[in-house]
Design a protein around this ligand. Structure first.
Ligand code: KG4
Ligand code: ZN
Length: 341
């Protein structure tokens, strides 16, 4: 480790993963510990906020300790503590924020509050050492669907966002409707491989006057109507065809919007981020479109697409370098907007 190296202990607890990581110079992950609560929330078909907060409290110290041990470092070695302070579930966020503030105070280390979406975007820096802004990024997760121009580290221009459901939310709701359980994204992804994406023609919603915005609630309703129609007519439903046709409707819109952005703004690269970025249908369709248009496509490994603290460490590093410091009055901001502090 050289004198100039910057080590960050990062903490993430915005939803149902309690996570801690140690990241060196923003791009090298020394440890990335994730304690997932999925098994607990499965029982209820979705994340129960109160349960999430309680579990974070139980797990957070252990997860941080493991992250330090696995990285072979101590708190003393850290240059800063990075933590997600929004957006997310308020009770869940508060656990990470309170923990990070306590560590920052006790160890005398600067505190850097991180925007969760900035974390997702920054996951791309970890495995793609050559990737640098500016580039457009499509963030598709359980809570967010944003098409963003990453103009510089920490500097974003939002081109479009969802008007209603997030892409991952639509995956989860449709999966529930066809009886696949939670979380639906990976299950629909898997089942789609056995289905015919052309079997059912689900609508691809476009928002008038806002070509980069997304809307997925109409698609979700169309799937529900289709299922109800089949039930009323006594027809059997082919789950795989519904999954594949739904997935195609989502993927087509995501690819269309992303291609429109790279062309209009003249970029030769594009990044994907968020849980849905690990969807195999999205990856292959986007890859194909990018190859056709001579655009280099970046996306993180699946483990860095879904919530983790390594991505928060990457984002915290660039915020730290830009001079961002949070006070001990840092609070959780459940509806924090990208680009706001
Ligand atoms: O980024 P993430 O872990 O959490 C948020 O910040 O929201 O994303 C979780 C979302 C869930 O909706 C999950 O169903 C979806 O990502 N997801 C997927 C896949 N893996 C996770 N959606 C489609 N295909 C996948 N392979
Ligand atoms: Zn997330």
């Amino acid at each position: 480790m050289s004198e100039k190296d910057v080590l960050i202990l990062a903490i993430e607890s915005s939803c149902d993963e309690t996570a801690a990581a140690v990241v060196k110079n923003g791009r090298e992950v020394l440890s990335n510990i994730i304690s997932s609560q999925i098994e607990l929330h499965k029982l209820y078909g979705g994340v129960v906020p109160e349960i999430a907060s309680r579990k974070h409290i139980e797990k957070i110290n252990q997860v941080i300790e493991e992250a330090l041990i696995e990285a072979g470092v101590t708190l003393e070695d850290m240059d800063a503590i990075g933590v997600t302070y929004g957006p997310g579930l308020v009770g869940a966020l508060l656990v990470g924020v309170a923990e990070a503030k306590a560590i920052s105070y006790a160890a005398g280390k600067p505190l850097v509050g991180v925007h969760h979406i900035e974390g997702h975007i920054s996951a791309n820096f970890i495995e793609n050492k050559e990737l640098e802004p500016p580039f457009p990024c499509l963030i598709v997760s359980g809570g967010h669907t944003h098409l963003v121009l990453v103009e510089d580290y920490g500097k974003y221009k939002i081109l479009g966002r969802t008007r209603d459901d997030a892409a991952g939310e639509a995956f989860d709701k449709v999966a529930r409707a066809i009886g696949l359980g939670y979380p639906g994204g990976p299950k629909i992804d898997k089942l789609s491989k056995e289905g015919n994406p052309e079997a059912i023609n689900f609508p691809k919603a476009h928002v008038a006057d806002a070509p980069y915005d997304f809307s997925f609630s109409g698609l979700k309703s169309a799937v529900l109507n289709y299922l109800n129609g089949c039930k009323m007519r006594g027809e059997e439903i082919c789950q795989a065809d519904v999954a594949a046709s739904f997935q195609k409707a989502v993927v087509d819109v995501l690819v269309e919007h992303a291609m429109m952005a790279v062309k209009e703004y003249g970029y030769d690269k594009l990044a994907l981020a968020g849980g849905v970025a690990s969807n195999s249908g999205l990856r292959s369709a986007m890859k194909e479109a990018c190859e056709k248009n001579h655009i280099k496509l970046y996306y993180p490994s699946p483990i860095l697409c879904t919530d983790n603290a390594a991505m928060i460490g990457a984002a915290a590093y660039y915020e730290y370098k830009n001079g961002t410091r949070s006070g001990l009055d840092l609070n959780a901001v459940p509806n924090l907007k990208l680009g706001e502090r």
